[in-house]
Design a binder for this molecule. Sequence first.
Ligand code: NDP
Length: 373
Amino acid sequence: MKTIGVLGSTGSIGKNTLEVVRNHPEQFKIIYLTANRQVELLIEQAKIFLPEAVCIADKSKYEQLCEGLANTNIECLTGEDEILNLIRDRHIDVLLNAIVGAAGMQSTILAAQQGTDIALSNKESLVMAGELINRICSETDAKIFPVDSEHSAIWQCLAGESSEDVERIILTGSGGPFLRRDLSTFGIITPQEALRHPNWSMGNKITIDSATMFNKGLELIEAYHLFHLDESKIDILIHPESIVHSMIQLRDGSVKAQLGVPDMKVPIQYALSYPRHISSDWPRLDLAKIGTLHFEEPDKDRFPSLRLAREVLKMGGTYPAVYNMANEKAVERFLLGKISFPEIGNEVESALKTHKSLDPFSLDDLLSITKLS
Ligand code: NDP
């Protein structure tokens, strides 16, 4: 039995994680759950999974949480510091970090410092603090198990291979809802249109990131830190059907791919059950029914996010953290109707131009970047 803490249990990945756990009660036991504001859903989840503790980050929801769980033995906590205290004080086998954005970074760092293995969905942690996290993991022996479907695919393809045999990795991406849209109409894209992803049902922030392809830029940086390959050896390939989740190419030219239906429960379950693949009853891939798969190069004019991701990786220092943070802020403004869709990329580019990078940098430096408006 593996004991698990779930951060962000009320989000898209969090809910999928709880479905995986519900399907395997003999394999997994939830020790704690955390959320930001969705207190009613957190109470409902707590009543089903009976964790030792739950924490709601938003303090104004604490009373409601306590009332909702008054007749249970579940400890109720509140505030972001208490999320960190859970990670520090409760022993678990795996922490599943599904908080969205930079708000999840400290949790990943602290879990790594504790030597706790991390099933990592919060890619922003690695984008902002990849070197720091890798250094801590090598000291404490904490492992990172990728949840992102592309990185899970690469991780599975790499099994049994020597790192010197790997020539390149190929991250696939659907291209999002605007792959074929006339570029001259990007200025009038509405948040509602951008929130309609063709293949995946996800939280709002990553759905917008998929439309701008900042998600693929973040994944490029994530892959760099997870698999220790130079940026020039990480390719991005558009694959609208999202069936081939990613590939690796070996030095004899052989290519290994991992395929499956687009369902996040699959990589979540593998991150929790690693090193075993355990049973599931969700739909199987039917290639004969799908018939044809398509691949194409990404259009760099359409998606400046990809060019900027490669630039910040080359520049290093705190540039990748600013790339992430400026994007998070711009996505918030776009969703509020304050800026247009193309302005998301423009805002990130101008934040990078004015940023004075620090190298080396500390956690405090990163935390001050998260506070930039
Ligand atoms: P959601 O927006 O659906 O969920 C985010 C979760 O984080 C919610 O539980 C939310 O709580 C919680 N949360 C938000 N802000 C804070 C905070 N300040 N402190 C504590 N908790 C907070 O996001 P997703 O599930 O879509 O994505 C989560 C992460 O996984 C992201 O990093 C994303 O890039 C990554 N990912 C997601 C995929 C997907 O299919 N969704 C695929 C691959 C990666 P509340 O609900 O109460 O607001």
